[in-house]
Design a protein around this ligand. Structure first.
Ligand SMILES: Nc1nc2c(ncn2[C@@H]2O[C@H](COP(=O)(O)OP(=O)(O)OP(=O)(O)O)[C@@H](O)[C@H]2O)c(=O)[nH]1
Ligand SMILES: [Mg+2]
Ligand SMILES: [Zn+2]
Length: 364
């Protein structure tokens, strides 16, 4: 059981050369400094797992100042931070190490013009939707776009398989909205389908559960942890979201993998997700190559292969509508976001390899 462990093997928490190198730069020669992985954030305090076990650390003045300047620099669940133990016994978080991946969404809050970090250093995003009521395909497409964009592999986990009348049909509908992403139907109640999730939860691997309230994220977390770490809604209540979980929490599983349970998402604004959108809509992209005009908008143009596919029943009209909507949203975000800020952010969070793939790309 995770809470009985007194110390941690950092590698099993995801520590590797990438983080080790930047830790060296931040804490050079400081014997009171050690790395810690953030499991929970409460205002100016974080809970971290270090090699010595769990600690509470207060954010240092430097870190608070940096976070005031740029809210995305605030520690987030999943981050690696430099933890320092002071002679008087106080423990502080001094710096956030550069993130390998970051899940950002647009924020309604104008102060957060750089987007909001939902989870850091995740390997897999599990887009979690219930099979009952029916999964929301548009919401799945949004979350997938953000996950692809941010370098985490997305998979879709459809919960409550025990309640679904026709799970197979729903799974194939979801798969059609998610080319390139694996789709799993599971039940945390009967255990059905749960084994298939194990490969994502190998030691050192981190999964984030993202989805609406009531989807069963905390129930799934508890089932994977084999112990009730997260509070869930009473069973047999209706399946509407009630926002039971109000903080993000990283849970270390008995097998070594980690799950970040998150509060149900109310809205998922796209954030700088052009590349991610292309990957969600590969079917439309392929069809678009056959359109008569290279800049076809797939609305009413003659010779539009996308509209032809909709007419022929080969492409769901819902999918084209969703594509139009998300494209419009991206254009709006791009126009709203100051180019300098975006460049700054790209420099900071996006690794060089991704950067080079993206150069040459023309934004709409
Ligand atoms: N029958 C059945 N019910 C489930 C399953 N998973 C979750 N539930 C029920 O769905 C309800 C919501 O589950 P939670 O785990 O609290 O949902 P959540 O996604 O964490 O919701 P928030 O914390 O509000 O975001 C609870 O009543 C669960 O008992 C499942 O696999 N089968
Ligand atoms: Mg929950
Ligand atoms: Zn077209």
């Amino acid at each position: 059981m995770h809470s009985t462990l007194s110390s941690y093997d950092l590698a099993s928490l995801g520590w590797d050369d990438f983080f080790s190198a930047s830790f060296g730069n931040h804490a050079d020669g400081d014997s009171a400094a050690q790395p810690g992985r953030v499991t929970r954030v409460d205002r100016a305090r974080v809970t971290v797992l270090t090699a010595d076990g769990p600690e509470h650390a207060v954010l240092s003045p430097t870190l608070l100042a940096a976070a005031a300047e740029d809210p995305t620099g605030q520690p987030c669940t999943g981050d690696w931070v430099v933890v320092r133990r002071w002679p008087d016994g106080r423990v502080s978080a001094e710096a956030v190490l550069p993130r390998r991946t970051v899940f950002l969404r647009a924020s309604g809050n104008s102060r957060l013009s750089k987007g909001q970090v939902l989870a850091a250093n995740i390997d897999t995003v599990m887009v979690t939707e219930g099979l009952q009521p029916e999964p929301d395909l548009g919401r799945i497409e949004r979350l997938l776009a953000l996950a692809w964009q941010n370098g985490a592999e997305p998979v879709i986990v459809l919960t409550k398989a025990d309640l679904a009348g026709d799970a197979e049909m729903l799974v194939s509908d979801v798969a059609a909205a998610a080319p390139g992403a694996a789709v799993y139907a599971v039940s945390a109640v009967t255990g059905e389908g749960m084994d298939a999730l194990a490969p994502y939860l190998a030691p050192g691997r981190t999964v984030a559960l993202l989805g609406p309230s009531g989807a069963g994220k905390s129930t799934l977390t508890n089932a994977l942890a084999a112990v009730d770490v997260m509070v869930t809604r009473a069973p047999r209540a209706d399946h509407k979201g009630r926002h039971t979980t109000v903080h993000r929490e990283l849970v270390v599983l008995p097998g070594g993998g980690m799950v970040i349970d998150t509060p149900g998402l109310r809205s998922i604004g796209l954030w700088d997700a052009n590349e991610g959108l292309d990957r969600v809509f590969t079917d439309i992209d392929e069809l678009a190559a056959q359109c008569r005009f290279a800049d076809c908008g797939h609305r009413s143009e003659p010779g539009c292969a996308v509209l032809a596919a909709v007419d022929a029943g080969e492409l769901a009209e819902r999918r084209l509508t969703s594509w139009h909507k998300l494209q419009r949203e991206m254009i709006w975000i791009a126009s709203r976001t100051d180019a300098r800020l975006r460049a700054e952010q790209a420099q900071k969070w996006i690794r060089i390899s991704r950067e080079s793939r993206r150069s040459g790309r023309i934004r709409p």
